[in-house]
Design a protein. Structure first.
Length: 225
């Protein structure tokens, strides 16, 4: 059966909304990277405020997906796309929450001495932002190879997270007066690591969408390439 013009329009709108939501999260990460350079509270507040837009888009896209399922009953690849989209927006919404939390941490840290162990935080944030960009590009293009790059990058981000974690703990042990700020940085680092995890979730959904293969907990990201 030939899809109706309305159906095609609904599917195109869904793609555009997903790209808008993903682009907003990526923009939030870009602002966070800039805010981390100088612990800028004004930029951090912008990120916190943008989270409301991400939340609204999640609700809008969920309703859009349910409308498509109810009115058009898509099958095969389109059904997989719609159901994958519902999972994808959940990851994007949680990314927005996490980046908003990072903004709160930056506001708390503003004005004080910059801890020496935090020098790699902008670098880590940049790697995470690239993971998000690649995961979204993989989704748009149906690019399994790019999705697998995201899975591999997650290991690098995890390693960097633990390097920063250990450095902060060592610094806090040596200078207990840094403990309050150190705890804020530990939380900030963990938020970044979790954003990377959600980008990985999107990459795994891309592989399922294109190949119909669930790669969660499958071991090496290069398996079944």
């Amino acid at each position: 059966m030939i899809p109706s013009a309305r159906y095609e329009h609904e599917m195109a709108d869904l793609r555009r909304s997903l790209l808008r939501m993903g682009g907003t999260v990526e923009e939030m990460l870009g602002i966070v990277i800039a805010a981390l350079q100088g612990y800028d509270p004004d930029m951090a507040r912008r990120v916190r405020d943008m989270d409301a837009e991400v939340d609204a888009l999640e609700k809008e896209i969920d309703e859009h997906c349910l409308r498509i399922l109810a009115l058009h009953q898509p099958a095969a690849e389109d059904l997989r796309f719609v159901t994958t989209s519902m999972k994808l927006v959940t990851d994007l919404e949680r990314m927005g929450d996490l980046v908003g939390n990072i903004g709160e941490r930056i506001i708390s840290l503003a004005g004080g001495e910059r801890p020496r162990a935090a020098v790699d935080l902008p670098h880590m944030a940049g790697l995470v932002r690239e993971m998000v960009r690649q995961a979204l590009d993989a989704f748009v293009e149906g690019d399994v190879a790019l999705a697998r790059k995201v899975l591999a990058a997650d290991e690098t981000v995890d390693d960097l997270h633990w390097q920063i974690h250990h450095a902060l703990v060592a610094r806090m042990t040596e200078a207990t007066e840094t403990a309050a700020r150190g705890i804020q940085l530990l939380l900030l680092t963990k938020h970044l690591e979790r954003v990377g995890d959600h980008a990985t979730n999107i990459a795994e959904e891309v592989i399922f969408l294109v190949r119909g293969h669930d790669v969660r907990h499958a071991g090496s990201p290069m398996e079944d390439a």
